[in-house]
Design a protein around this ligand. Structure first.
Ligand code: NAD
Length: 490
């Protein structure tokens, strides 16, 4: 099987290594590609940076109105190829075709927002800040930037950064997740048609070694990372120690609170979609569901909705939930369920040992519900990243908010209620960067920052929207005086 190529200096290039890792279809267990790995693969970063630096020096002076023109073509190409890319996403990440198509839509919306760079990059001017002196601030690009992506959104996540980076005048090197590189390979076939300067956007495959080469390269000015919290913390520490600007989005353990006045049918449907969508492998998947003072009805409705979910290969019709990414991930999730039982939780719905006809080699786990885990126990603090709901029952909304605010993560918190005052209190007090009110996946649209607090984010500026424009530009302040006497001389 062919080893995937890098894309460097506007050309497809073989990687200087025979060391590879396998890309596996998580539903069938079939090896579908081999991707460069190891220390030799990481040395390719040097070539990509040299090309990216040369491209940046040319691109930064191209007027922003011209820089955004390729984005319109990119949007068109992504739309025309969306169905094919969605199939690749399903084949390598396991999510359903509908989920993969939704991901493509979110990627494209970021291209649309970044095309607003001529407005978004505008700055400030104050005439007469002192007598005869004007002061203003302009935004200039950083230089070579890098993006390191996780497996769970093979297309979308790079687009939280890429279109903004180039619209603002930077070049970018993308390192896709080694588990799901095929989606980006296809997207780079489209990028190749844009007529961009060679080297402006490159793709280098690999794992930790390639990441380290990015973190240590002096010409790489910024790193945009999305992945698990331990790696996000590492990326932030090493990248900033090397003087880079870093935004590092990490893991999550998202709570959802259902108040007694919530609409039971609607809430249970939305919550199960949130917990089990993408087999729970979303950083905005609901993970801990807390019912307040009304457990029977909502508990029954959640159980029914979870149990009815059809599990299988995401390319097959009618499938609502696919496998988890790898055999290791399946083992890890099932052992966390076991741990929950040891800690005193009871399994209301057991998805372990799932056997899916015709896909016996797939990494399937059916929807699982563990009830009454001890607050303060380890599992309620651990990101499971699989189709597992932890169901808790509490007496008051205050108790639920206190539980949320004691948690280490702060990616998302949601409340289901029909009372405005309860919703208002929740959104004001819950310590999370993305809040949902009668929403199960509070994913900010491209116009807003993809927020995240506490252990879910290291940095200052997030991906998407105005934050991305601020991240990919540095401000320059100019103080200017033109004495009248000088004009008379000429
Ligand atoms: P991961 O941290 O294992 O990998 C992410 C990237 O880091 C990959 O490109 C990988 O090659 C690289 N990497 C892995 N280990 C490394 C190491 N030790 N040193 C340097 N680089 C390393 O994450 P994943 O399993 O691909 O993705 C799932 C995680 O991402 C979950 O924790 C999920 O919550 C999180 N996530 C967060 C967000 C968000 O916006 N906060 C969005 C999506 C996913």
């Amino acid at each position: 099987m062919e080893i995937l190529k890098n894309y460097i200096n506007g050309k497809w290039a073989d990687c200087n290594t025979t060391e590879t890792s396998n890309v596996v279809n998580p539903a069938t267990g079939e090896v579908i590609a081999r991707v460069p790995a190891g220390k030799a693969a990481a040395t390719e970063i040097e070539k990509a940076v040299a090309a990216a630096q040369a491209a940046y020096l040319q691109w930064k002076d191209v007027p922003v109105l011209k820089r955004i023109q390729p984005l319109f073509k990119l949007k068109q190409l992504l739309e025309e190829n969306s169905a094919e890319i969605a199939r690749l996403i399903t084949m390598e990440s396991g999510k359903t075709l509908a989920e993969a198509s939704g991901e493509m839509q979110r990627a494209i919306e970021n291209v649309e927002v970044a095309a607003g760079a001529p407005m978004l990059m505008q700055s400030e001017f104050l005439e007469n800040i002192a007598s005869g002196i004007d002061e203003y601030m302009v935004r200039q690009p950083l230089g070579v930037t890098a993006c390191i992506a996780p497996f769970n959104f093979p297309a979308m996540i790079s687009f939280w950064f890429l279109p903004y980076a180039i619209a603002c005048g930077n070049s970018m090197i993308i390192k896709p997740s080694e588990k799901v590189p095929l989606t980006m390979v296809k997207i780079f076939e489209l990028i190749d048609q844009l007529g961009l300067p060679d080297g402006l956007i490159s793709m280098i495959h690999g794992g930790k070694d390639t990441v380290d080469a990015i973190l240590d390269h002096p010409l790489i000015r910024s790193v945009s990372f999305v992945g698990s919290t331990p790696v996000a913390r590492y990326i932030y520490a090493r990248g900033t120690a090397n003087g880079k600007r870093v935004q590092a989005q990490g893991g999550a353990k998202n709570p959802v609170v259902v108040l007694p006045d919530a609409d039971i049918e609607m809430s249970s449907q939305i919550i199960t979609d949130s917990v089990y969508g993408c087999a729970g492998q979303r950083c905005l998947a609901a993970s801990v569901v807390i019912t307040v003072d009304n457990n029977k009805q909502i508990r029954d409705a959640l159980y029914a909705s979870a149990q009815n979910r059809s599990v299988g290969y995401g390319l097959d019709k009618g499938v609502e939930m696919g496998p988890v990414i790898s055999a290791e991930s399946k083992t890890r999730i099932e052992s966390l369920i076991n741990k929950g039982i040891t800690e005193g939780g009871s399994v209301l719905l057991d998805g372990r040992n799932a056997a899916i006809k015709s896909y016996e080699k797939g990494n399937f786990i059916r929807p699982t519900i563990i009830e009454n885990l001890p607050v303060g126990g380890e599992l309620l603090r651990t990101e499971i990243f699989g189709p597992v709901m932890s169901l808790l029952h509490m007496k008051t909304v205050e108790e639920a908010i206190a539980f949320i605010n004691n948690g280490a993560y702060g990616n998302m918190a949601c409340v289901f209620t029909s009372r405005g005052s309860s919703a208002r209190k929740f959104r004001n007090q819950a310590m999370a960067g993305n809040i949902g009110i009668n929403i199960g996946v509070a994913a900010p649209m491209a116009q807003f920052p993809f927020s995240g607090w506490k252990e879910s984010f290291f940095g200052d500026l997030h991906g998407q929207g105005k934050h991305a424009v601020e991240f990919f530009t540095q401000t320059k302040v100019v103080i200017e005086r033109w004495p009248k006497e000088w004009s008379r001389k000429f």
